[in-house]
Design a protein. Structure first.
Length: 308
């Protein structure tokens, strides 16, 4: 974010709003601009993205590109200006929707085809608006370089395009390495890899509950902090550990390991693995009987481990 900010204030391109996606980290984000409104939507990946970012070793004037493009708004006077509005409006939205679907499905081959289509349409409808900057000989040299084709699904320019950077969507990690070698050897351009992995679901949680609390002494002498009662939002007084485990299971985790001291292991086992005595159970109101059954169900996903 800091690099993006300094790049913004040292150039007059005013592209900084898109740089806010850096705050989301290495994950895909769809950014929707509508006037001054900006909406960001994360979505999950079902495959790993292998990108090579190529420094095209050329020159571009972003300010000139944006000035030429902005002259086509708000009212298009020529057919080429109407074509540009269509490209950056409805066509762009269609391509983005298709890209989100492809990435969410993990279909990198389809994503590469979308990138190629986006570049072809940009060349067709945006290049005539600013040919001095968007003819981009270095960019097209990379995109059309035959030895790269077996290793990539697709490729296109970056941002407002011109001879700034290109992005290559590679077929695998090995293809990514080979594409970088080809670019550096054949074209004399520098490049860098960018790998964005699909989201990995967390299946198990480990909760340490064997610690001794000085702050809660002398109460902690007989009762570990994890067993202290906490009033939950549902109005039920619960041991703190039960509240944590319940939230973990509701979040979709498959199992929870609770690490406890030997002295209190039986207390934790009683909470999760022992059903109340039938006489005590029958004294409970219906609501708490149902919750006792829920604790028993939660307990099937809990393992109590003694810390030696």
């Amino acid at each position: 974010m800091d690099l993006a900010y300094h790049g913004e204030i040292t150039t007059p391109s005013q592209c900084g709003r898109m740089d806010q996606c850096c705050a989301f980290g290495a994950r895909p984000v769809q950014m929707i601009f509508d006037g001054d409104r900006l909406d960001c939507e994360e979505f999950a990946l079902n495959a790993t993205i292998y990108l090579v970012i190529v420094e095209l070793a050329g020159s571009k004037d972003t300010t000139t590109i944006l000035q030429k493009l902005n002259k086509c708004y708000p009212v298009a006077e020529k057919q080429e200006e109407r074509d540009l509005q269509e490209l950056l409006g409805a066509t762009n939205q269609r391509l983005i929707r298709s890209a989100v679907v492809a990435l969410s499905a993990g279909d990198m081959e389809q994503m590469g085809q979308i990138m190629n289509e986006a570049q072809r349409l940009f060349d067709q409808y945006a290049m005539p608006i600013c040919p001095s900057q968007l003819t981009s000989p270095n960019l097209h040299k990379v995109l059309q370089h035959a030895p790269l084709q077996p290793h990539i699904w697709g490729a296109k320019g970056v941002g407002s395009q011109g001879d700034g950077c290109a992005q290559l969507l590679c077929k695998s990690e090995q293809d990514m390495e080979l594409a970088m070698e080809i670019v550096q050897r054949d074209l004399g351009m520098s490049c860098m890899p960018l790998q964005i992995g699909k989201a990995k679901t967390v299946a198990q949680a480990l909760i340490p509950a064997a610690s001794f609390s000085q702050q809660l002494f002398p109460a902690s002498k007989s009762l570990p902090p994890a067993l202290f009662p906490v009033l939950d939002s549902d109005g039920i007084l619960k041991p703190a550990i039960l509240l944590l485990v319940e939230e973990a299971i509701e979040a979709g985790l498959h199992s929870v390991v609770v690490v406890v001291s030997k002295a209190h292991a039986s207390d934790f086992e009683a909470i999760f693995h022992e059903h109340p005595d039938i006489a005590d159970y029958n004294k409970l109101p219906t609501r708490l009987q149902q919750y006792a059954d829920k604790i028993h169900e939660i307990g099937t996903k809990v393992t109590v481990v003694v810390q030696e």
